[in-house]
Ligand binder design. Sequence first.
Ligand code: BGC
Length: 805
Amino acid sequence: MRPIFYAQKSPKETDREISHRDLARKICADGIVLLENNGILPLKANTVALYGAGARHTAFGGTGSGENNPRHNVNVEEGLNNAGISVTTEKWLCEYDELFARELFSYKKRLKKGMRKVPLGEHMDYAADNPFYLPAGRILTDSDKTDADTAVYVLTRQAGEGADRKDIPGDYYATEDEIMLMRSIAERYKETILVLNVGAVIDLSFLDEIRFSAVILLMQGGMETGNAFADILTGKVNPSGRLADTWAYKYEDYPCADTFSERNPEKFQEDYREGIFVGYRWFDKKAVRPRYRFGYGLSYTSFKTVYSSCQNSNTEISVTAEVTNTGYVPGKEVVMCYLSCPENILVREAKSLAGFKKTRDLDPGESQKITIDFDLTDFAGFDNGRHQFILEHGDYIVYLNDTPAALIDLDADAVTEKTEPLSLSDRNIDFILHDKNQRKIPDGLDRVEIKASDIGCLTHEYKVPGFERSAEIDKIISKLSYKDMSRLLTGRTYFGPFRHRVFGAVGYTTSKLFHKGIDAMPMADGPQGLNLTRVSKKPWHNIYAIPTLPESIRRKNSAISEDSNGKELYYQFCTSWPSETLVAQTWDVECARQLGAATALEMHEYGVVFWLAPAVNIHRNPLCGRNYEYYSEDPYLTGMMAKYTIQGVHEKEGCFPTLKHYAANNLETKRNVSSSNLDERTLREIYLKAFRIALSHEHLEAVMCSYNKINGIYSALNYDLQTKILRNEWGFKGVVMTDWVATGHHESLDELCCKAGTDLIMPGFPHIPSKIMKAYKKGLISGDDIERSARRIIKFALESHTAKN
Ligand code: BGC
C-alpha cells in the first residue's frame, strides 16, 4: 500500500489560503450584528482604549470537535491595529495577560488534580464540566483613564462540546467583576462600545444599568474575527447581519428554562414540553417581549421595503418587493417573509419564517427588486393523531418583515403528505401551550386563491431499502465475504497504517480492503472549517489539548518552523470560518455556498473525503454547550444555510458533506444517555425539518446520527429515523454514520446498527466486526442488512476524490 501524503512541505502561505482568508473576513463582517448605536458608529476616532478578556484572548470559535487550527487568528487588538487604530491601553492589557496566565496556571493545576479521580476516557467530559472562566481584569481608577475618548470593552465567553453552559456568573451572566469593570470604563470615557465575543446568547441585563454608546454582537468569527470587527467598527463594511436567535430579557423567559439539562430533576429524560414553540415561536405565543427579537439588526443606513405583489402557481408562492436605500451610505438589507397559518384543528405558531433574501450592496437612493419564493406545502402542520401533514383551510397571512402583505386563501383542508405511525414511546408529554392565536385578518390585502383539490398528497412506501447497484459495486461485492463487509461497516480509529496520510483526520473507513478495490476515506471535523493539525511529524489524531479553554492558549502544536530536527515536517493550513451561528446571521445563502465550495477545495488539497459538517441542531435553549456549532432557533433558516453549504461542497466532485447530529441532540451534558422525548409533530416540524431541507437526494452526502436517544431509542438504532423517515420518506441514498463512540455502550449496540439503517460505526474499534458476525450468526441481523450498508459505503469509496489518486 503506497502511502499518499497531502500536506505541504513548506510553511509558505499559498494563494488559496489568502483568498479563503479574505472570504472568511467577508462572511464574518456580513454576519456581525449591530445591536445598539447612538450615532458613534461608524467610528471616526483613530485611537481607542481597549479592555476586556476578549481584546487579546478573543474567542474565535467554541471548543471540542468543532475547533480548528488555522495558520493565524486575528484577535480584536490586532484587527484594530491593522485598521490603523491605535490602542492606548497597552498597560492594562499587559496586566491582564499576567492575570490570565496566573489564573490559567492555577486552573490547570486544579483540573489535573480533579482528573486523577476521573476514569480514563472521561477526561474530556470532566474538563468540559469544569470550564475555565475568564477573569474580568482590573477595575479602572481615575489614573487609568487614557488619552482616548472612546473605549471598547470585549466581553468573552467560551463553551463547547461535552457540557452545557451554566446559568451562573462567568457563563450566562456577567460576573460582579465584569460589571464593575464595565461600569468603571463607562464612567471614565465619553463613549463606550460593548463588543460581545460570545458563542451564543448571554444575559444582557447589565445594559439596563450601564450606558453604552453602541453594542456589537461579534460572536465567534473564526480566524478573521479581529479584521472583520474593525471593518464594521470603522464603517468599511456596513453591518447587515441580523439575529438568528431571540435574545430574551431574562433566561427564565425561554421555554423549559427551569428544567433544561442540568436543572432537570429527571436527569436522563429531557421532555420537550414546549412542543413546536421554540425560539420566537414561544415568545410570540406567550406575548413575551424579548430584548432583541429574531431577525433584528441595525445598519449605518436606512431602508424602505415596499411590497409589490404576491403570485402563485398552485402552492408555489412568489412574493416580490422593492427595497430602497433611503440613507446616506451603501448597505445591504435583509427582507424576511413570515407566514401565519389558520388554526382549525392544530394549534399553530403565530407566524413562522417562510423565506428571506438579502439585497446586494445598495448605494444611497438605489433600489432593488427582490423575490422570495416558498412552497406552502412546506409549512403544513403535522397532525399526530392522523399521521399526516395538513394545510388547513382559511386565510394564510403573508408578512413582509413585520407587515401583513398578502393573503393566501385555501378553500378546504388539504392533506399534503401521509406517513406511517412511528414507534414512539408512550411517555406522556405534558405540553405547556395549548392556546390558539388571536388572529385578526387584515383588510385590503392582495389575495391569492388556492384550491385544495389542486394540491397533491405525497405518500410513501415503507419498506426495507433495496441494494445500491452498479456494475462496479456488484463486482467488488462479489469478492467480499460477510466478514469483509463487517470490516467495511467499522471505521478505523486514529492510529494505523493508513494509505492516506491526513494529519488530524478524526477517522477513516477501513483500509483493510484496499486489495479488494475499496479505498479508505479520511474524515475531518467541522463545521468551522476542516479541523486538521497544522504541523505534524506523524499521522496522529490531533488530540484536543484541554477543551473549554480560549483558543489562544489551547493549541499545543502551534510552532510553525522549517526546522525539522532531522524529521520531515508537514503543514496544513485550513481556513477557520465564522461559527455557524454567525454564518446564519448573514442571512445570505451565498455566503454559505461560498464557504462550502472553499472548504471542498481544502478537502481536495489535504485528502479529506468526508467533512463532518454542517451541523443543524436547533438552538432549543441558550445553554446548550454546542450552540455555536449550530445555526439558529429556526428550522427554515438552519435548513437553508446547511443546504447551500452542502451545495458548495458538491461543487468539487468526490467531497462528501456530513449533516449532523441526527436528531434532537439539543443538549450536551449527559448526551450519551439522555432521551429527547418529543411528540412526532415537534420532531417533524422543528427538529427534522432542517435535515429535510438540507438533503438534496441527488448527490452523495452523509448523515451522522446523534448520541442521544429519541423517545427512548438510541438514534443509531432507531429504525424510524434512519430508515423510515430518512430513506423511505425523504429518499436519502447516502451513508449514515454513528457519532464517535455513540454505540457500544448501554443498550446502544454496535452490531444492530445496520439493521436500523446506520451503515458505518465510527470511529470503529477492532473488536466490532466480530460482534457484527456474531449477531449475523445468531440471526439478529441478516446478510442483506450487512450487504446493504456495505454497498452504500462502496459507492462512496468509488466516487471519492482520493480513490482516483
Ligand atoms: C462529535 C461530532 C464529531 C465527532 C468526531 C463527536 O464527539 O459529537 O460532532 O464529528 O466527535 O470528532
